[in-house]
Write a protein that binds this ligand. Sequence first.
Ligand code: P5A
Length: 441
Amino acid sequence: MRLSQFFLPTLRETPTEAQIVSHRLMLRAGMVRQQAAGIYSWLPLGHRVLTKIAQIVREEQDRSGAQEILMPTIQPAELWRESGRYDDYGKEMLRITDRHEREMLYGPTNEEMVTEIARASFRSYRDLPRNLYHIQWKFRDEVRPRFGVMRGREFLMKDAYSFDADAAGARHSYNKMFIAYLRTFARMGLKAIPMRADTGPIGGDLSHEFIILAETGESAVYVDRDFLDQNLLDLPVDYDDVAGLQKAVDRFTGFYAATDEKHDPAVAARLGDRLVGARGIEVGHIFYFGTKYSAAMGLSVQGPNGEKIVPEMGSYGIGVSRLVGALIEASHDDAGIVWPAAVAPFGAGVINLRVGDAACDAMAGDLYARLRAAGLDPLYDDRAESAGAKFANMDLVGLPWQLVVGPRGAKAGTVEVKDRRSGAKEELSLDAALAKLTAPR
Ligand code: P5A
């Protein structure tokens, strides 16, 4: 993409309404535009990151055996009356009346709707187990939407729903999601810590929040330093290995990790100086709630001996749009965003310091073409701006690599390659630069 043609409405001034760094940087880098309190448009740079995050989530859900569907954002109130949550949900639910005076709502979550789908189709124990997920916008009329996309009113969630014939099967489904979550966040360069959690309006008695550490996190958390040293990309992915998966889950839940509400200072004290107190952001939350919705809504299937089985269910959420902000909270510096490569909006930035100079134009153009051919999806700053403005802009946008073409290098046949995270710079030939960027990090 040529920057001269790219819609990137960056801001020079720091927006005063934004209280935390990710919100400020998202506005400054032209990623989102607020349309109403807690409601955002996603502009090209932000949309690219959102899509990449959603794709990693999707791949890991699919790998675990979950199947993607797409349910609507608008739901009939009737379904929620069946589960008893229509009145319980209170003011957080956006209620709508259609032209026929039918009561509708903008879905804050989809337990009822997916249970209705199962009820319409599942007949036998052979229809189980199933895990259905979608990536869809939700609406929660939060009293105080704040911190940009981190606590929005409209936000993108991945929500999965599992159905099993018995509690043991449901536990296995829960464990699959548990491991898939650790892998999903690790692929984004995040270490998400599973913590026992309360279940609130979703219900049930087994639940974990997945929390990443960041100074501006909404909750105080405590964690065993040893957990932070675990390599989560090496997790077992044989999702059919029931015992192996349980062992892995036991290992990760064996580390002390708790939010403020669940923190037990007496137990934590045993960790000595391994206890880390920090702040955290909840990026995922999983629940096992048994037959709460299936029983209330009359979902049952026939067992092998003709008996009636009421499926055991769980639900599993990831805050896809929240992750964009959370990633920035976890990875930025004074100059701007520092994207982990897996979610970066572009793979590399090319800066032409002297647009209009024949040698610089030719070299930058060649580099841009070769990066594209190598699948690196580069952003080429071909604008007639000052060098200072270009450097500042590229740092703000936070692509993993910057390749700088100037008159001296153009003569020598070299580019300056800057690693955005470390700031390290080297002069390399085009071949060597390409080899460096395509080598596994
Ligand atoms: C699990 C999936 C649920 O809703 N039902 C379906 C269950 N869980 S949850 O914890 O309430 O939400 C799941 C994740 O969504 C993100 N999230 C938000 N993101 C941005 N703005 C919000 N207002 C918001 N509320 C929830 C969180 O990441 C949460 O873990």
